[in-house]
Design a binder for this molecule. Structure first.
Ligand code: URA
Length: 434
């Protein structure tokens, strides 16, 4: 087989065979396929697409490029969760301990932020001492004892994805439903969960800007998971506006702690409760979502959910006292505010610009491996639907020694739209695919 023929076949819009796809993925994994040929095939896939068969074969080959975690010796249904990435997306840090407090086993391997999106690992690493680099046996021990563990993606899981993702990042080939589907699902299937719940983000700050695209991506991933024998469901959620009010690292951890204490923002609290209720049903802990929701609410009000997060933090080397004392988390004194240029109703706060602003302050990275500042970020003082007066603060910038402040202020000002008339609020959960 010659890779040039495989590239030409896809360029001409034909369907690749399982063997051709395996040949490509093996070449990438072993490093025998030059980047220019891999990139050419990726671009052909972006332009020509893939059938669901091809996408499933691509996913299977990527799973087979590395190890699969074996969680079968941990009793109970293991539920994995993955988000396609967004701004202020801190759902996993609240959901995992909440679901675990309700008796679900939730293993979670997460990623770091890149571009305008944040990453769960970066947020958790703002907790002094918290280790994301547990080996598989230690991960399983925490999972067994606490019910959840959030760690970094092991390098041995779907290594083909790591190489392909890096290449896609620099060749404008990220935005493709089959490529995103295979990338996400190869990692989820290798993680060894019995059930996968996906959060497909949609809107300004997401890969998928419109609902039709998000629904197509969700349907593709659900089909791949289901074909692989793993029950997979997806929620489509809004990412036009950042989720919650905090965008950064330690400030997002504080918002998670507040949410687990029942004092979180409505949008984050609502989405987490809905996900948790569904997770309980999928794990067989409750037979319907109404009962599951009552159990979720009890876990929040009794303090069991926050206690579970504290135990996970402790077992992973972190300072558990942060749960009660936020001053132990990194913070900065620098404050600037972005003021409303006119009175009216806030109708939009564009997530991508706010995510970029937070990154310019130092909270995120533009290149893999760059150090980040865990303390800086953006707090949204207003949200769409609110009425504001001229001169009222809309956004607070938390900065260190002025780094990135002017650019962040400009981005945040541009991100906000104020109009005379209120607009009906966009729901956070836009739909689901089962
Ligand atoms: N997240 C992933 O893991 N892969 C993609 O391709 C896009 C988002």
């Amino acid at each position: 087989m010659r890779v040039v023929d495989v590239i030409a076949k896809k360029r001409d819009g034909d369907t690749l065979s399982r063997e051709e796809i395996e040949f490509f993925v093996n070449g990438v994994t072993r490093g025998t396929l030059p980047d220019y040929q891999a990139a050419a095939l990726l671009m052909a896939i972006v332009l020509r697409g893939m059938t669901i068969d091809e996408t499933s074969w691509l996913t299977d080959s990527m799973v087979d490029s590395g190890n699969r975690v074996d969680l079968s010796d941990i009793p109970g249904v293991k539920v994995g969760k993955h988000s396609t990435g967004g701004v202020g997306d801190k759902v996993s840090i609240v959901l995992a301990p909440l679901a675990a407090a309700c008796g679900v086993i939730m293993p979670k391997m997460s990623g770091r932020g890149l571009g305008h999106t944040g990453g769960t690992l970066d947020k958790l690493e703002s907790i002094p001492g918290y280790r994301v680099d547990l080996g598989i046996e230690e991960f399983k021990a925490v999972l067994r004892d606490v019910g959840t563990s959030i760690i970094g993606q092991s390098g041995s899981l779907a290594p083909a994805d790591q190489k392909l993702y890096a290449l896609r990042d620099v060749t404008a080939t990220i935005g493709s439903i089959p490529l995103i589907s295979a990338s996400v699902m190869s990692k989820k299937l290798a993680e060894g969960s019995d059930v996968v719940v996906l959060d497909v983000k949609c809107g300004d700050g997401a890969f998928m800007k419109d609902e039709a695209g998000a629904r197509a991506l969700a349907a593709s991933m659900v089909a791949i998971g289901t074909r692989a024998g793993v029950r997979t469901e997806a929620f489509i959620t809004d990412m036009d506006t950042p989720l919650g009010r905090a965008v950064g690292n330690s400030i997002e951890v504080i918002e998670c702690l507040e949410t687990l204490n029942g004092r979180g923002p409505d949008d984050l609290t609502g989405v987490v409760k809905r996900f948790a209720a569904r997770v309980l049903v999928l794990a067989g802990r409750e037979s319907n979502e109404a009962q599951a929701l009552s159990r979720v609410e009890r876990a929040l009000s009794s303090g069991k959910a926050i206690e579970t997060l504290g135990r996970m933090i402790e077992r992973q080397g972190g300072n558990r006292a942060v749960v009660d004392d936020y001053s132990l988390l990194p913070s900065v004194n620098g404050r600037e505010r972005c003021l409303a240029p006119r009175g009216g109703f806030v109708t939009r706060m564009k997530a991508e610009a706010i995510g970029l602003a937070s990154n310019l302050l130092g909270a995120g990275r533009t290149r893999v491996g760059e150090p980040i500042d865990h303390a800086v970020g953006v707090i949204l003082l207003a949200k769409p639907g609110m009425r504001v007066e001229r001169g009222e603060p809309l956004v607070e910038i938390r900065h260190r020694d002025g780094r990135g402040v002017n650019a962040a202020l400009a981005l945040c000002s541009d991100a906000v739209t104020i109009e005379d008339d209120a607009q009906p609020p966009r729901p956070v959960i836009l739909g689901d695919v089962r």
